[in-house]
Design a protein around this ligand. Structure first.
Ligand code: SF4
Length: 726
């Protein structure tokens, strides 16, 4: 600090100067840009359009794109500060290879040479499947398509999955079972056009904040929110359903019971467009509100009222996110939701949809580009016609395309622990914070012979364990497309150069393809992501996610194009063999880890608006970190009194697996007695130390919610220093 400042004479006039920007009006002088680059937000799947202001080659500001159909100029706190991620300290700048136990700087040539050689040697010894890949929802669709092809055809392994299995796999599996294909049927405009909106396990006010604008455009709609926690979204509701944790299937079955009992279903739609009604009718008879009241903790009258509202609506919308998906019965819960939409014909019409609100900015792109749970363009591994079609498009022998999917994310981790996977490539994700049952995950990664981490940031808790770190470009530094939750394909553009020697994931993939000797076969003549897009247009032609009529220019000019049009299934024809959607009888089961005398609380985990996933980005943005600098534990006042705990006490959360210490206590009615809540973003107090290894048997999505824990006062005064904070 200089003397003038110490004497109080320095008023930081330079820092606080303002100036006129021709587009934004008077703003801080430091934020006046030379040029504005249109792009799409790189955080969540809402897919807001934005402009990045660039001055002297640096990103100095972000503002919402007024012309963009998703957000009409509005952005949430993460989007508004996104430019800070680009020049943040902690960006990965150089390839690093572990030598003599230490990560040491090497050239790209040495890094990718070592990767090719080490993985090749492991595959030669243990088979191609001994190499696994875990990617992300953060790359562009062009990169996902390139990566999938490289992994499955170039490296010959189908043990490839993404962190999207930690968030959206149950929605994907549920859609496939009910409708015959993945693909959210509705669009955001449905929120503005529905007369009843039921949100179940979806705290969009924190997690998809710009979507809340759509309610405000629709003041006459009745908003029903079902959530065990009184979230910010629940506070907006006309009808709030404080159901017991994981009792949603019972609630949905009971609504189906009332709809059928009172004839509040669309018989004509059911007969023409669904199968399984008679079985469902018989099954639903066993779910009267009196029975379900006990399971859910909701008054029977309240369940009746909600069923009446839903059944009598002209257009009813059901939205869900992780409260549904993060469960051992996530897929089946999605099927129970879809049942209600199908019974009432609330699908394929304005305002009427069962709608999964996706997580990451391009989780949809990875689903479309495939290679994990489906082949590209939602083709099926097990369908010989689909495989033959792809082989012809790629001019390869059909036998090279696997006839079944490889290991899903949790099974890759299990296989690493059992030494069936020996080499792992992790791309743009941070499982050391995001994967459940942290100790098991850590052991698995430490058991590997060779771990490659490709990321825009280093060190992260995961990259610190790596044998090889590949520095990658991030949002704002590369070009391609993202698809948002409503199937809108939007353009992302490069605003600035990557730091140091970081390269785009696309360049890294092509370089590796060359080293594996498959570049000309798999990626003939490719130089830029546009080449991948052009092939993707051909590969997706005629499929549900059909890009063949799109160009980058048309996408850019229109603010994004929706594949499948505004809504899917408008004609009532579904992607099943008989063209009809399936109704399912879904039995409710208690969640796997029930509270006990030793672990009496049910721990729920979730997010907060200021942060993104494991905070590698938002933790280094001062304004976001300042707004929410540490984790907290919410506990009901009755429980806090009983345990002699006060607000701001530091507490330890302990499960049968491990513990998290020094979490700040919030005493609040937001959670009910016997329940506690903790955000999952924070490495210093990592909720995944206590979560369990329990997965949906169909989607393989983890049951992040409902861990049995006890809460005790921590003896140490403060939480550990955030060593990841720059
Ligand atoms: S709502 Fe999502 S897409 Fe929109 S600005 Fe916020 S993080 Fe970005």
């Amino acid at each position: 600090m200089n003397l003038k400042r110490l004497a109080g004479l320095d008023i930081l006039s330079e820092k606080y100067a303002y100036a006129h920007d021709p587009q934004a009006g008077y703003v801080a002088a430091s934020r006046v840009a030379d040029r504005w680059v249109p792009t799409t937000c790189g955080y969540c799947s809402v897919g807001c359009g934005m402009l990045v202001g660039v001055k002297d080659g640096r990103a100095v500001a972000v503002r919402g794109n007024q012309c963009h159909p998703v957000n009409h100029g509005k952005l949430c706190p993460k989007g508004l500060s996104e430019h800070h991620t680009l020049a943040a300290a902690g960006r990965a700048r150089h390839p690093l290879l572990r030598k003599d136990g230490r990560l040491q700087r090497v050239t790209w040539d040495e890094a990718l040479g070592a990767m090719t050689e080490r993985i090749g040697a492991i595959q030669a010894r243990h088979g191609d499947g001994a190499f696994g890949v875990i990617s992300t929802g953060q790359l562009t669709t062009e990169e996902f398509y390139t990566l999938g092809k490289l992994v499955q055809l170039g490296f010959g392994t189908s043990n490839y999955d993404g962190n999207t299995t930690l968030c959206m796999a149950s929605a994907v599996s549920g859609y496939k079972r009910s409708f015959g294909s993945d693909g959210p049927p509705g669009c955001y405009d449905d929120l503005a056009r529905a007369d009843v909106i039921l949100l179940i396990g979806a705290n969009i006010a924190d997690n998809h904040p710009i979507l809340c604008q759509r309610f405000l455009e629709n003041p006459d709609a009745t908003l029903i929110v079902a959530d065990p926690r009184v979230t910010k979204t629940a506070m907006m509701a006309d009808v709030y359903l404080p159901l017991k944790p994981r009792s949603d299937i019972a609630l949905l079955n009971s609504i189906a019971h009332i709809l059928i009992r009172d004839g509040l279903f669309d018989r004509d739609y059911v007969e023409r467009h669904t199968t399984g009604f008679e079985e469902l009718k018989e099954f639903a008879a066993g779910w009267p509100p009196e029975r379900v009241a006990e399971i859910t903790g909701l008054e029977g009258e309240l369940i009746e009222r909600v069923a009446m509202l839903y059944g009598r609506a002209k257009a009813a919308f059901i939205g869900w996110t992780m409260g549904v998906n993060h469960s051992t019965q996530g897929t089946e819960t999605v099927n129970a939701i879809n049942n209600l939409a199908l019974l009432t014909g609330n699908i394929g019409r304005a305002g009427a949809s069962p709608f999964s609100i996706t997580g990451q900015c391009n989780a949809m792109g990875t689903r479309e580009a495939g290679f994990a749970s489906s082949l590209p363009g939602y083709r099926k591994f097990e369908n010989p016609t689909d495989r033959a079609e792809l082989a012809a498009l790629w001019k390869i022998a059909p036998e090279r395309i696997p006839s079944q999917r490889g290991l899903a994310y949790p099974d890759i981790i299990e296989a690493a622990l059992a030494k069936r996977i020996r080499a792992l490539w992790i791309i743009a994700t941070n499982p050391m914070v995001s994967f459940p049952n942290h100790e098991v995950l850590k052991q698995a990664l430490e058991t590997l012979e060779f771990l490659v981490v490709e990321d825009g940031f280093h060190p992260t808790p995961t990259s610190e364990l790596a044998d090889l770190v590949l520095p990658a470009a991030i949002w704002g530094e590369k070009e391609g497309t993202y698809t948002n939750s409503e199937r809108r394909v939007s353009k992302v553009n490069r605003a600035v150069d990557s730091p140091g020697e970081a390269r785009s994931d696309f360049d890294i993939f092509l370089d590796l393809a060359g080293r594996r000797g498959v570049r000309e076969e798999l990626f003939p003549g490719w130089q830029t992501p546009r080449d991948a897009f052009e092939e993707w247009r051909r590969v997706s032609a005629g499929r549900m996610c059909n890009y063949s009529g799109m160009t980058w220019e048309a996408i850019e000019d229109s603010g994004g194009l929706q594949w499948g049009g505004e809504r899917l299934y408008e004609d009532g024809h579904f992607a099943t063999d008989d063209g009809k959607a399936k109704l399912f009888c879904i039995d409710w089961q208690p969640f796997p880890e029930q509270p006990s005398r030793e672990y009496p609380f049910i721990l729920n985990t979730g997010r907060t608006v200021e942060h993104w996933h494991t905070r590698t980005k938002t933790g280094v943005i001062p304004i976001l970190d300042g707004m929410s600098p540490r984790a907290w534990l919410e506990m009901n006042p009755r429980d806090a009194r009983r345990l002699g705990l006060k607000p701001h006490d530091r507490v330890s959360v302990v499960s049968a697996r491990s513990r998290v210490d020094a979490v700040e206590l919030r005493v609040t009615e937001i959670v009910g007695p016997g329940q506690v809540f903790m955000p999952f973003h924070f490495v210093e107090t990592n909720s995944n130390c206590v979560t369990q290894s329990a997965y949906d048997p169909i989607s393989r999505e983890p049951n992040f919610k409902q861990s049995a824990v006890k809460v005790i006062k921590t003896e140490t005064a403060d939480s550990g220093v955030n060593r990841w904070k720059i």
